[in-house]
Design a binder for this molecule. Sequence first.
Ligand code: NAD
Length: 346
Amino acid sequence: MPRVKAAIIGTGLIAGKKHIPAFLKHKSKVELAALCDLNQAAAQKVASKFGIPRTYSDIGEMIEQEKPDIVDICTPPQTHVKLAIEAMKRGCNVFIEKPMALTVEECDRIVDASRSAGVKVCAGHSDLFYYPFMEAREMVARGAIGEFRGMRIFLSTPTNYMTSQENHWAHKLPGGVIGETGPHIVYMTLAFINPVRRVSVDAMKILDYPWSRYDDYRINLIGDKAISSVTLSYTTDQWAARLDILGSKGILTLDLEGMYLINNRRPTLKPVPVALSLLSESGQIVQNLLSKSMKVATGRYDNTHDILIERFVDAVANGTESPVSAEEGREAVRVLNMIVKSLESD
Ligand SMILES: NC(=O)c1ccc[n+]([C@@H]2O[C@H](COP(=O)([O-])OP(=O)(O)OC[C@H]3O[C@@H](n4cnc5c(N)ncnc54)[C@H](O)[C@@H]3O)[C@@H](O)[C@H]2O)c1
C-alpha cells in the first residue's frame, strides 16, 4: 500500500514535542513531507532538526506544491477554522489540535466542509489515548466496576507553561488559559458522561499576573445520571493528571502521566477486608510503579499522540472512521463554552 503523505502547519511546542516524532515513528505508513509556519525561519530550524525536506510560510502554496493527504494543524486555536477549511476545500484530510475551534458555529463550518469535500477530520483529543484511560474506558464498558456512578479529574498545569507568560496566546482565548487545557477535562468527561446537560463553575485568581483572569477552577459537569467534578490548577510548578472513576462495585484511580491504574474495592470497613484491600492496592501500586515507570522512563510506551496520529493515518489509508470525529470535537467545544459563559456571567 502506498504511504500516506502528510504536512504540518504550525511548528511550535506541540508540533516539535509530539506530532513530528509521531509521524517519524510511523514512517513505514506515512511520509512527513513538509512543514509550514508564518515564521518560516522557525519552521526551517525545526525541519533541519528532524530532517524534514521542505518548508513553507503559506498553507495554500504548501498544499499546491505537496498535495498532502493529511494537513496537521498545530497552530493556536484562533486560526483552526480558517486553516482547516482551506485545507479541506483543497481535498486534504485534517488533523486539528484541540480545541477544534473557538465556537460551535466555527465547528459547524468544519463539519460542513468535511462533508462537502468528502474528507476526514480528527480532533486532537490526545488524552483519550493514555493507556490507563483506554483501559478504564474498556473496564467500565464491560462492567468491571459495576454501574458507572461518576468521576473526578485533577489537572495541574505549571504556572510557567502559560499563566506567567504575558504574551502567550492562551490569554486571548475566550476564558483565558482554561481555553487551552480545559478541552482535556471536557472530552475526558464526555467519554463517560454524554451529554453534559449543565455546568457549575467556581474560579479564583490566586496569583498576581494581571493578564491572567483565573488560575484555579472547580467545575462540575453534570449529565443525566452522573457528575464529573474537576479541579484545574495553574498555580504551582507541578504537572498532574489524575482521575477517580466511581462504579457501584469499585473505584478506578488513574495517574495518566505515571501510566497507572489501580482498581480499588472496599465494600466493608471491617478490619480484615480493609487490610486486604490495602494489600491489594499497594501490590497494584508497586507492580505498576516498577513495570510501568521503567517503560515510561525508557520510552517504551507509545505516547498519546503516537497512538492517535497512527490511528488517523490508518483511517485515511483504509477509508475507515476517524478515531476522534469532528462531531466529537464540536461537542467538546460546546461544553467548554458553557464553562466559559458561566465564568463570564460572574
Ligand atoms: N493535545 C495536547 O496535549 C496539546 C498540548 C499543547 C498544545 N496543544 C494545542 O496545539 C496547538 C498549538 O499549540 P502550541 O503550544 O504548539 O503553540 P505554539 O505557540 O508553541 O506554536 C504555534 C505555531 O503556529 C504558528 N502559527 C500561528 N498562526 C499561524 C498561521 N496562520 N499559519 C501558520 N503558522 C501559524 C506560530 O508561528 C507558532 O510557531 C493549540 O491548539 C494547543 O491548544 C495541544
